[in-house]
Ligand binder design. Structure first.
Ligand code: UD1
Length: 459
């Protein structure tokens, strides 16, 4: 396996059974960020490819014996985990210095997604549909709970069963078998992003037509459908709530560029606004970000958009509080909820933030309170009274987006904030500390080893 990386800060670790990499992974687990507040963020940055688009795109290569090339892949731990997952199935992967990944699944020799990988990345469940469609069997560890709620996979399984899959649960694993999958009509009880992707991939090689009703409409679904169609699939309606897939006999390779990360883009815009700065983002698709841009304008930001750029200028007046209710695309994304809780925490007035997609996705609130935020929590609703200043404190990241919120909080708080357990942030934000430093943030990464005497034993 050939691995090159142009980015120095996060090594791509493919072979975790290698002792050196295990040690690297162990100490990376303990990295911390130290942020000092007070500097307005100013400048230009490029937005990376979307993690949530890249993961299913890489996994979709399981559907063909031909090589596929996915470019503009972000340099993230979840990508490394996906490479490891595919690699241990016998798939060949090559990465070039610009993070174009060539995936060749003609050498696949195992249809097992083991617990060790699935527990670090729930999106591993996405291998289930493609493996069943092309190989007729798959064993995937049940993901279990996670910090933002129970996150079941029943909709993935129900849809695959409707297409003719036999599923049993044994030893914590989903063991699935099918002859050739059969097209059918599937109604998704809840709108699920990876559920829709899993079933859409499975249906590309099924016999007959599959109709997915109440499908998710996220841009990442549209991107996956485009790549699958380039590979020879016949998918219509991606981006609407009804996706129709006519099964074909086989798929070929493709070269596909991942769409920009709308959540990374939103996070940087918000960082500029709460710090009183001015920023221009390149390599974005503003039309994927309408709900978030609308809320930033409501908060007082001056936003300009071009075809592939967005700029934001902070107002002279105080930030206005904004009401937020998360919902599936094109609604306000749950992946931006934590960041907007921070914005409201320093806004001029009272606001409510309602989380409707995930239970228990308010862990950041307890940490923000320790920095001086005034937030009351009532079930899935946070009532926030803005304060004039947050104060630096040692805080703990609990999940990917919560950790982004805490980093931004550290950049506007008085004094120093140490953010622990930032392995969460490295799962989803490419070199966030380097990019923030590039626009003037005072932030540094402390490698795990430097804190050897202060290691939290629960890690
Ligand atoms: C994806 C995104 C994640 C984002 C989320 C919601 C990826 C890799 N991750 O996660 O960043 O926060 O969409 O936009 O794309 N549900 C069930 N049964 C199922 C599946 C889902 O009840 O079988 C529920 C979930 O518990 C949740 C809701 O449906 O309450 C939406 O979850 P889903 O869209 O599936 O999230 P993910 O695809 O896991």
């Amino acid at each position: 396996m050939k691995v090159h990386s142009g980015i120095k800060s996060i090594p791509l670790t493919l072979r975790m059974n290698d002792a050196v990499n295990q040690e690297q992974a162990r100490t990376k687990h303990m990295d911390k960020l130290i942020a000092t507040g007070g500097k307005p963020l100013m400048g230009e940055i490029s937005i990376s490819g979307a993690k949530n688009a890249a993961l299913p795109l890489m996994i979709s290569s399981l559907l063909t014996r031909e090589a596929t090339v996915i470019s503009n892949v972000p340099h993230l731990n979840d990508i490394t985990t996906t490479m490891e997952l595919l690699g241990q199935m016998g798939v060949e992967l090559q990465v070039d210095e610009k993070m174009a990944i060539e995936v060749n699944a003609s050498t696949l020799n195992s249809a097992v997604a083991p617990y060790g990988l699935v527990k670090t990345m729930r999106a591993s469940i996405l291998v289930l549909g493609p493996l069943l469609a092309r190989y007729g069997r798959a064993e995937v560890s049940l993901p279990g709970g996670c910090a933002i709620g129970s996150r079941p996979v029943n909709l993935h399984l129900k849809g695959l069963e409707a297409m003719g899959t036999d599923i049993i649960f044994e030893g914590g694993y989903i063991k699935a078998k099918a002859k050739r999958l059969k097209g059918t009509r599937i109604f998704m009880d809840m709108i699920s992003v990876t559920g829709t992707e899993n079933l859409m991939m499975a249906a590309t090689l099924a016999k007959g037509t599959t109709v997915i009703e109440n499908a998710a409409k996220e841009p990442e679904i549209v991107d996956l459908a485009s790549a699958l169609n380039e590979m020879g699939a016949r998918i219509e309606g991606a981006g609407t709530d009804q996706i129709v897939i006519d099964g074909v006999e086989e798929l070929g390779g493709t070269h596909h560029r991942v769409i920009p990360d709308r959540i990374e883009a939103g996070t940087f815009l918000l960082a500029a606004l709460v710090s009183g700065g001015k920023i221009k983002l390149r390599d974005v698709q503003p039309h994927h970000m309408e709900a978030v841009l609308g809320k930033l304008v409501e908060a007082g930001a001056v936003i300009e958009v071009g075809e592939d750029w967005v700029s934001l200028e902070s107002p002279e007046d105080p930030i206005q509080p904004v009401g937020i209710r998360t919902s599936p695309y094109p609604g306000f994304p749950t992946d931006m909820q934590a960041q907007f809780v921070l914005l409201n925490s320093v806004a001029d007035g009272i606001s409510t933030v309602v989380e409707t997609v995930f239970e228990n996705r308010f862990m950041h609130i307890h940490e923000l309170r320790r920095m001086g935020a005034n937030i009351e929590l009532d079930g899935n609703t946070a009532v926030i009274q803005g304060v004039s200043q947050l104060n630096g404190a040692p805080v703990m990241a609990t999940d990917l987006r919560a950790s982004a919120c805490l980093v931004l909080a550290g950049l506007i708080a008085q004094g120093e904030t140490t953010i622990d357990r930032i392995y969460h942030i490295d799962r989803g934000y490419e070199c966030i500390d380097e990019k923030l430093a590039q626009i003037g943030a005072s932030i540094k990464r402390i490698p795990g080893g430097s804190f050897a005497n202060h290691v939290d034993k629960s890690l």
